[in-house]
Design a protein around this ligand. Structure first.
Ligand code: HXC
Length: 257
């Protein structure tokens, strides 16, 4: 399929999506949202794809929602259409998604990175929620996901001042799982995604569900949820294969069943 704002490729068992609006630093407009949903749906339907990498350019992962598209909007219209709610579908991707961030990840760009399961950043990455400088606030989850990721103090600092933080501060704060040299970024993210794709699909997807549950529920309910998923994996061929391979000192051959 031809995309206007994305480059969509398959590398081995990994789906690679590159945001491609260089003239606007990958600002997220309605076409990006529509196409990202299509690309994710295609990767979900593709049995050979076990994980997705989402990236931008060296200069910008994404510099936010498209300000020029938003500028003329009126309250009644965006309220009635529930503007932005379509991004929830992107956040609910069931296969793991790794954000590979270089350059600016601002506003909706930072929020899109946080919709991914984890973030690998280049040393050049800059994260921020500058919406306050435009007379608005984060709208794609920034006030919620950033606060859960880095805690109240850092989230308030970033959201109330609109300042940017660099990759080192983002890693110290827990927003980013790894920081690598810019030229290593895509290879590092693809290697992590390929590793995930090589593992048992049901266990990978359940692991993702279980971790995400930690943000939604009490510890007791979360532990029960985890345990039930753990129990259920003993109904899979891959649990039999994974444990047999360990005992027999060989590599497992997962069938994702
Ligand atoms: C539309 C954008 C854009 C954006 C950059 N551009 N960010 N267009 N929406 N969010 C465009 C610029 O207008 C310009 O095009 C081109 O990209 C290059 O940007 P420059 O500003 O010339 O580059 P530079 O001087 O290097 O500055 C980079 C920057 C700055 C610091 C990232 O572009 C910037 O501050 N961008 C806005 C960041 C921001 O406020 N994001 C939050 C958006 S609100 P032209 O054609 O004009 O030269 C948001 C809300 C999310 O995300 C939730 C609700 C949906």
């Amino acid at each position: 399929m031809a995309y206007e704002t994305l480059i969509v490729e398959t590398r081995g068992n990994v789906g690679l999506v590159t945001l491609n609006r260089p003239q606007a630093l990958n600002a997220l407009n309605s076409t990006v949202l529509k196409e990202l949903k299509e690309a994710y749906a295609a990767f979900h339907a593709d049995e050979t794809v076990g994980a997705i990498v989402l990236t931008g350019s060296e200069r910008a992962f994404a510099a936010g929602a498209d300000i020029k598209e938003m500028q003329p909007l009126e309250f009644a219209d965006i309220y009635k259409s529930d503007f932005i709610s379509g991004w929830d579908e992107v956040a609910k991707a069931r296969k793991p998604v790794i954000a590979a961030v270089s350059g600016f990840a601002l506003g909706g760009g930072c929020e899109l990175a946080m919709m991914c399961d984890f973030v690998i950043a280049s040393e050049t990455a800059k994260f921020g929620q500058p919406e306050i400088t435009l007379g608005v606030i984060p709208g794609m989850g920034g006030s919620q996901r950033l606060t859960r990721a880095v805690g109240k103090a850092k989230a308030m600092d970033l959201i109330l001042t609109g300042r940017m933080m660099d990759a080192a501060e983002a890693e110290r704060s827990g927003l980013v799982s790894r920081v690598v040299a810019p030229e290593r970024l895509i290879d590092e993210a693809l290697a992590a995604a390929e590793k995930i794709a090589s593992l048992s699909r049901p266990s990978v997807m359940m692991a993702k569900e279980a971790v995400n549950r930690a943000f939604e529920t009490t510890l007791e309910e979360g532990l029960r949820f985890e345990r039930r998923l753990f129990h259920s994996l003993f109904a899979t061929d891959d649990q039999k294969e994974g444990m047999a391979a360990f005992v027999e000192k060989r590599k497992p051959a997962f069938t994702h069943r």
